[in-house]
Design a protein around this ligand. Structure first.
Ligand code: BGC
Length: 788
């Protein structure tokens, strides 16, 4: 629909306080200012409910109203927070194999509720039940944040679960990120604390407007704890569940809890509670079984056809009491058709279920796995496909971008990019979903954020994570390698390193490019500025970032380029100081644009001077008189071209030609690692070498994007050769089959094959705040590339 420049829109809100009359308000606004507007009405009060809709204002016709969007405020003031954090009082070992508690309480309601909200959070992970029914569909609540600073609570409409008279609430608690083992080289338990607890506040409103509140507490004797059926659980390790230990009816009102212990209060700062802007982790799909194969020892290997973040639910009703089944999960199979688990390291992903002979279905609760294959052992009788459901999980986000073309293998590659993204957008943007890392590695998302933000609306998810990035950056005077940061092995002390640090600039910028949301940019700007200032202190006289960090690896540079040996991922063809200076120059330029957009003239002119210094330093140090670069590599030319580090057309042409020559000399195989990969095809395209770009993109030789697909990949691999052409697996300790970084090529696919870009023009010349710019490089994709 064309919207005339002078058209107006109507914005309407129906608002009501439960138990009171409804009011409608309406405003008229210019259609040219109808995206990301400030709330145009009186602010919502406590417990007020609002239904918002919009319509195009038209003099003649009745307005046609959009569907209504529902909004209600969370707990607005600290005075609204009345509950305590409560948990079991029993002593527990300082280990990560601890039986998980159940917490319960009962409550009398004087009438049928007209409206009821449960606000809930935890130290650890929490699932709530009311009168024997699950509350909501979220898993792994409250997600992962810097718990000591920001503890998220979720709000549930529980009106239909409650009734007049006696009711009960129950809470499952699990270790999760709070006190479960985190990280590599054995990891660390109890990072945030050793005591699990639940924080819950139930607010009920009756038809007459009166309210009743139930708050978790340790003083009224109504909140009790007992050990539950989860014998142990770890996000990476898996879960052990003994169904015989589940107290039947424990979250129902008639349950006898005389044997349960009173809870104790756990020290906690209510001011850390925050209502998340992003959606929770939920089931986002399912996979059918592709094949089932019984091994000689009787165990069954099941192929679900797709590697990703998922969990299995079993029909266990046929298992006699005392039967123990184990389920292990892996991304790939070995030559014998068994699970290949070496790359998982500590992340063994093994769940165990002990039957009580009564339970009907079972799915682990406080763990999550990255896998395509599962191995079931101990099943009595025949395991049938209909006994298993494979549920896919991820943080809920809205899909906004798709790609489809006539080449099956290209579509498969794009699908792999999407699956690696979904697998790793689980509360925080992680590197991989399977082995014992699953950390919020900053470099990976710095490179992948533009692709992610084309495919999904990532603004709320990534903005939420950036709050913690800013907080850690301030605390450590450096952007940590991963956020939330935990000192681990050689990553003990955060130091700024290129790309991983550049996330402070590149991620907010990718979000801004995708959304045009100046409010968001304003909120993130302090982080970007901090990083630029911190690194400016590390430069040489001539503006080059050549001072190596104390980190054992030094700069990570073009991490995992194809020449990196299995044992040294940072050993690359391209000089690390070249990569570092190039990325920093790019970040300074972006920070300058940010300052300009936000009207911060002082910063803008400071960044302009810094930009000049770093760009000049880069040119003097890394570009030779004949236009060749000191590192004569695909990565070096790609960065110099894409970050506009070559000032004259002649130099640009030399660089483009040399890059194309290197690609031809490499027989159309990729020569870049994490750092260069997003930029190699755009650099070839920008310098008139579109044919080389396509031939490289469509190559199926190792290393290349389509090589992975030809080897049967269903997600993007961490290494170009996580599986080698002879079928063997890369012996490196870091060999994941589900890392999104190398999938950053999808941005080139969207822009060059699809002709759609998020990039906005910034600067004095022209500036399109919200429209997408269609490029002129439309090109038909090859149609006949065979699947391997
Ligand atoms: C992770 C990467 C990460 C890197 C940094 C790896 O172990 O999986 O994706 O960025 O370490 O060193």
């Amino acid at each position: 629909m064309d919207i005339a420049q002078d058209a107006n829109v109507l914005i309407r809100v129906r608002r009501r306080l439960p138990g009171h009359d409804e009011h409608t308000e309406q405003v008229i606004a210019s259609a040219s200012d109808n995206v990301l507007r400030d709330w145009p009405f009186r602010p919502l009060g406590k417990r007020e409910q609002a239904y918002v809709s919009v319509a195009l204002a038209n003099d003649c016709d009745e307005p046609i109203w959009s569907d209504e969007a529902y909004v209600e405020p969370g707990l607005i003031h600290s005075g609204d927070i009345l509950s305590q954090m409560v948990g079991p009082a029993w002593r527990e070992p300082w280990s990560d194999r601890r039986q998980a508690p159940l917490i319960r309480t009962e409550l009398q309601l004087r009438d049928t509720p007209q409206c009821a909200r449960l606000y809930v959070s935890a130290f650890g992970l929490v699932d709530a039940e009311i009168n024997g029914n699950p509350v909501g569909e979220d898993i792994l609540n409250p997600g992962w944040t810097l718990y000591n600073e920001r503890l998220q609570y979720r709000t549930y409409d529980v009106t239909d679960l409650l009734h007049a008279g006696n009711n009960a609430m129950g809470f499952w608690l699990g270790d999760g990120w709070y006190r479960g083992r985190l990280g590599f080289w054995g990891g660390k338990p109890n990072v945030y604390g050793s005591k699990l607890g639940v924080w819950a506040q139930l607010e009920v409103t009756f038809a007459d407007g009166s309210t009743q509140m139930v708050a978790s507490n340790a003083y009224d004797g109504a909140w009790k704890a007992a050990k539950g059926p989860i014998i142990s659980s770890g996000l990476c390790e898996g879960e052990t569940y003994d169904a015989r230990l589940l107290p039947e009816g424990w979250s129902c009102a008639s349950f006898d809890d005389s044997g349960w212990e009173r809870v104790t209060e756990i020290d906690f700062d209510p001011l850390t509670l925050t209502s998340p802007e992003h959606d929770p982790i939920r089931r986002i799909g399912s996979h059918d079984i592709v094949s089932m194969n019984t091994l000689d020892d009787g165990s069954v290997i099941i192929d679900f056809g797709q590697n990703c973040t998922q969990r299995l639910e079993f029909n266990v009703s046929t298992l006699p009491a005392g039967t123990t089944i184990t389920v292990q999960h892996a991304e790939v199979l070995d030559n014998d058709g068994d699970l290949f688990t070496r790359p998982l390291r500590r992340g063994i992903q093994r769940d165990t279920y002990i039957s009580d002979g009564k339970n009907k279905t079972w799915e682990p609760r406080f763990t999550i796995h990255g896998f395509r294959y599962a191995k079931v052992q101990g099943w009595l009788g025949t395991l049938r496909p209909e006994d298993i459901v494979c549920h896919v999980y991820g943080s809920v986000m809205r899909r906004i971008g798709w790609f489809d073309c006539s080449s099956e293998i290209v579509n498969a590659m794009h699908s792999n990019v999407v699956w690696s993204m979904l697998s790793n957008f689980v509360s925080v943007p992680t590197d991989c979903p399977q082995r014992d890392e699953r950390m919020g590695w900053t470099g990976d998302i710095a490179l992948f954020a533009p692709t992610a933000s084309f495919l999904y609306d990532t603004e709320a998810f990534l903005s939420n994570w950036l709050v913690d990035v800013a907080s850690e950056t301030d605390k450590y005077n450096a952007v940590p390698y991963y956020v939330p940061f935990i000192p681990l092995a050689e990553w003990r002390k955060p130091e700024n390193i290129a790309i991983w640090g550049d996330a402070a600039v590149l991620v907010p910028w990718a979000l801004y490019m995708a959304s045009g949301d100046v409010h968001m940019l304003k909120r993130q700007y302090a982080l970007s500025r901090m990083y630029i200032e911190q690194v400016s202190e590390l430069l040489s006289e001539d503006g080059v970032w050549d001072r190596p960090p104390k980190l054992e690896f030094g700069q990570l540079g073009d991490w995992l380029d194809p020449t990196a040996p299995p044992e040294d991922a940072a050993k690359a063809m391209t000089a690390k100081e070249l990569v570092a200076t190039a990325f920093y120059a790019q970040s300074v330029t972006i920070a300058k644009h940010m300052a300009e957009i936000l009207g911060n003239d002082g910063d803008k002119s400071d960044f302009e001077a810094l930009e000049h210094r770093v760009r000049t330093g880069f040119q003097r140090r890394f570009i030779k008189a004949d236009g060749r670069m000191t590192s004569d590599t695909q990565c070096a030319y790609a960065l110099a071209i894409q970050f506009k580090l070559i000032s004259d057309d002649e130099g640009l042409s030399v660089a483009g030609n040399r890059l194309a020559a290197l690609v031809r000399a490499g027989d159309y195989t990729v020569g870049t690692g994490f750092a260069g990969t997003p930029y190699i095809l755009p650099a070839l395209t920008a310098t008139g070498h579109l044919d080389e770009a396509y031939r490289l993109f469509l190559s199926t030789k190792c290393p290349s994007w389509l090589y992975q697909v030809s080897m049967g990949a269903t997600t993007t691999w961490e290494r170009w050769d996580s599986q080698r052409p002879d079928g063997s697996f890369n012996p490196g300790g870091m060999t994941s089959f589900n890392h999104y970084s190398l999938g950053s090529v999808a941005t080139w696919m969207h822009e060059t094959i699809g002709g759609i870009s998020h990039w906005r023009r910034v600067g004095r010349s022209s500036w399109y705040p919200r429209c997408w710019e269609v490029q002129s490089t439309m090109h038909m994709c090859a149609t006949t590339v065979p699947m391997g």
